[in-house]
Design a protein around this ligand. Structure first.
Ligand code: FE
Ligand code: FE
Ligand code: FE
Ligand code: ZN
Length: 161
């Protein structure tokens, strides 16, 4: 990589890999959630995530690059951690609280990735692409907020007993 443009392309591919891995992982998180609102949150973010993958495909098409070819090792690790947790949780409320914790790590990782990508797109003069990436960034913030609200609302308290 020798310039911001190449770094930007690398970031897009990394995000693309991350979203693809999440599309595989979110159904397992949803099926292990016990609270109906948490299940719903995972389900709707899964649909959103499919749209985010599509956005990245559109962006890469516009830039004439292949979105494939990069593996996001951080997302791979976050998902492995979530799967490990699922195997260890022995109580329904603890499962839900822990799923939220794992999912928020994922959202925060995405927020930082998309935040960087939006900034690079702007610096490179791709205003339309920056807008598209910002749409996804907003969705990631919203997903994180929904999880915050669920955790604060009651799921953590229920996991205490
Ligand atoms: Fe995403
Ligand atoms: Fe990554
Ligand atoms: Fe997300
Ligand atoms: Zn947060």
């Amino acid at each position: 990589m020798k310039n911001l443009n190449e770094l930007f392309e690398h970031q897009l591919k990394d995000l693309y890999s991350a979203e693809k891995q999440l599309i595989e992982a979110l159904p397992k998180m949803k099926s292990n959630a016990n609270d109906s609102k948490l299940k719903e949150a995972f389900g709707s973010h899964l649909e959103e995530t499919k749209g985010q993958k599509k956005r990245l495909e559109e962006i890469c098409k516009e830039l004439d690059i292949d979105p494939n070819g990069e593996k996001c090792k951080a997302m791979e690790g976050l998902i492995k951690e979530a799967e490990g947790f699922i195997d260890e949780a022995e109580d329904d409320d603890v499962m839900d609280a822990g799923l939220i914790a794992e999912a928020q790590r994922v959202e925060h990782y995405e927020i930082s990735g998309y935040g960087t990508a939006v900034r690079y797109a702007k610096e490179l003069g791709h205003d339309d692409i920056a807008e598209k990436l910002q749409e996804t960034l907003d969705e990631e913030y919203d997903a994180d907020q929904v999880l915050d609200d669920l955790a604060e609302g009651r799921l953590n308290k229920e996991a205490k007993s």
